[in-house]
Write a protein that binds this ligand. Structure first.
Ligand code: ADP
Ligand code: 5GP
Length: 191
């Protein structure tokens, strides 16, 4: 029987570097598929619909929730975010591995649905003040959103022990290399 692909979940507090690390992985053409989440949040400059996110209005997102089209979904900072189920299921049934870049609440839902079939990886900034600095320097959040994200980050860190691996995103090169090592070692473990 053909091997099913594995689901890898990469979580981190907002601003710790998930998007940056995964962009590097894509640039290096690491052999893995990427799930594109849907969201109701506004598009940031430079973000492309369908590539960075699938941008939906709230009514459409809620319709898709009712139609059970999300593998998991959550409300984050007042916006909805969700993983389209169809793409993940098609990918793993073709035997290809996939990475989901989602928050802690989503990761716990994926663990509930797939148990050890999903591998959970947590990316952290080296310390809280660096997290704050990175998030501020990104210049994507207003003061209120920044404060909200930092408050949520503290809560998210309490979920660290639920993850299979933790990567400290100090040097970007080292963090990308650690992620590649984990993916390479784990993808061959049949679950
Ligand atoms: P996330 O996707 O987890 O919210 P981002 O990838 O957007 O985080 O990163 C937040 C900010 O931190 C970005 O401006 C990014 O350029 C910067 N950043 C990411 N990784 C590093 C790193 N290793 N060293 C310094 N800055 C980083
Ligand atoms: P941002 O607005 O900075 O792009 O993302 C905010 C948070 O939402 C991040 O922690 C990110 O991982 C999370 N997120 C993005 N897509 C999804 C998703 O599909 N599901 C869940 N649960 N969280 C997501």
């Amino acid at each position: 029987m053909k091997r099913k692909g594995r689901i890898f979940v990469l979580s981190s507090p907002s601003g710790a570097g998930k998007t940056t690390v995964l962009k590097r992985l894509k640039k290096e053409r690491f052999n893995i598929r990427y799930s594109v989440s849907a969201t109701t949040r506004r598009r940031r400059s430079g973000e492309r619909n369908g590539a960075d996110y699938i941008f939906l209005n709230r009514a459409e997102f809620e319709r898709r929730i009712r139609e059970k089209r999300f593998l998991e979904w959550t409300d984050n900072f007042g916006n909805l975010y969700g993983t389209p189920k169809g793409f993940v299921e098609e990918t793993v049934s073709k035997g290809e591995d996939i990475v989901l870049s989602i928050d802690v609440k989503g990761a716990m839902q994926v663990r509930g649905a797939y148990d050890s079939g999903a591998l959970l990886i947590f990316l952290v900034a080296p310390n809280f003040s660096l997290l704050k600095e990175r998030l501020s320097k990104r210049k994507t959040e207003d003061k209120r959103s920044l404060a909200k994200r930092l408050k949520v980050a503290k809560k998210e860190l309490t979920y660290l022990n639920k993850y299979d691996y933790v990567i400290v995103n100090d040097s970007l090169v080292k963090a990308v290399s650690a992620l590649k090592s984990i993916l390479t070692a784990e993808r061959h473990k049949v679950k």
